[in-house]
Design a binder for this molecule. Structure first.
Ligand SMILES: [Zn+2]
Ligand SMILES: [Zn+2]
Length: 385
């Protein structure tokens, strides 16, 4: 019987003086916490790297380049970067992974740093290949920690654009509905506003909730599902050309299908916990999908290009509504508080763990030689395998 515990551990520092070609030593600045981390900390999800009994958590990171290995050309010491999460499977027949689209992996044998099969970023120092790092401009700064969750929206928009290519006469970005006011929901709403959609966020929080205020401050509408049902919403505002589901609650999601417009697109991004079956109007669903050319698709983040698109989207959001973007990060806590935070229920929009300080030394080029000391990491282990 294995021990199941979430705690801080001491590990050997990665050897920054003997980096393999193409590899980069990074100092973690901040790591965002989401529902996935809490599920892993509850041992409901996730897996340790093969042959080990613990998993370092954290997949939403902002880091600073400390040192680069031979052949690294795109990043330099002092640069801010966001590491992508999913690494390709090594199966020759997986064409998606072979062309760098591991978000479309067909074998399921990918690994995800901080989630399944590979250590994450809730650690003081880590090493990553240059090709998995996405540069973040200094103007974005610490808000770069939002790039990973925003990449969910960025990939969804890329898929949506491909689908909308079937309606070349319909250039107007009309009306969009976002289900859920969690971090993905709020960030997706920001992206939709930037793209020109009239945007409504529909969620269970009351009308005076902090998240509702953030949503209104970006020029979107917030409607509480506690006070208005989907039929009331659709009869007041008309149907929605795009609905983005960002809660992972199928009963809530599929009840909104009658509010999807003719030729509309319904996007699923939430992953539901196992739950009992429930009944809904399958014939009505099928009728509308056929007779109204509707599309539904699911999307899992994200390819490199979507991370880059997320950085650009974040820059645009910072120009349009800087205060609202900052308010998405409700709280910053120290690494020591990570285990307690991971065991607690989420509150506010986004909690971020502060791990390191951006180094002015690194920016000046006068780098301290990395020692061979111990780096601290938040890890879930020892896991049963
Ligand atoms: Zn996450
Ligand atoms: Zn693959």
């Amino acid at each position: 019987m294995s021990e199941r515990v979430v705690r801080l551990i001491e590990e050997d520092e990665p050897d920054g003086l003997r980096l393999a070609p193409g590899h980069v030593l990074l100092r973690t600045l901040e790591v965002g916490v989401c529902g996935t981390d809490r599920e892993i900390a509850a041992f409901a999800y996730g897996s340790a790297p093969a042959g080990t009994d613990r998993l370092v958590l954290g997949h939403e990171a902002l880091a600073e380049v400390v040192r680069t290995g031979a052949g690294v050309a795109r990043v330099r010491p002092g640069d801010l970067v966001v590491p992508t999460v999913r690494r390709p499977c090594n199966r020759i027949e997986c064409l998606a992974c072979r062309v760098g689209h591991q978000d479309f992996c067909t074998t399921g044998q990918f690994v995800e740093r901080g989630i399944s099969g590979a250590g994450g970023f809730m650690t003081e120092l880590f090493v990553e290949e240059e090709r998995y790092l996405v540069p973040v401009p200094p103007a974005v700064g610490e808000l770069g920690v939002l790039v990973e969750p925003l990449s969910v929206a960025a990939k969804a928009f890329a898929q949506l654009d491909a689908i909308l290519a079937r309606l070349p006469w319909d250039k107007d970005r009309a009306q969009a509905l976002v289900l859920g006011a969690g971090p993905i929901g709020v960030l997706t709403a920001m992206g939709l506003v930037v793209k020109g959609y009239r945007t409504v966020v529909f969620s269970r929080e009351p009308d005076d909730d902090d998240r509702a205020q953030i949503v209104r401050s970006i020029g979107a509408d917030y409607v509480s599902s506690e006070s208005t049902d989907i039929h009331g919403l659709a009869s007041r505002m008309g149907r929605f050309d795009v609905i983005v589901e960002a809660v992972g609650v199928p009963e809530f999601a599929f009840r909104t299908l009658p509010a999807l417009a003719v030729n509309g697109t319904f996007i699923l991004t939430g992953v539901p916990a196992p739950r009992p079956e429930f009944a809904f109007d399958g014939a009505g669903l099928m009728h509308n999908f056929v007779m109204q050319n509707q599309v539904m698709f699911g999307t899992v983040n994200a390819d490199h290009a979507s991370y880059e698109a997320a950085v650009r989207m974040l820059e645009q959001c910072l120009v349009r509504f800087p205060d609202a973007v900052r308010r998405v990060i409700a709280r910053r806590v120290a690494l020591d508080e990570a285990p307690a935070l991971l065991r607690a229920a989420g509150g506010g929009v986004k909690t971020v763990i502060q791990i390191g300080e951006a180094s002015t030394k690194a920016r000046d080029g006068g780098l301290p030689a990395p020692g061979r000391g111990a780096a601290r990491s938040a890890s879930a282990g020892a896991r049963e395998r």
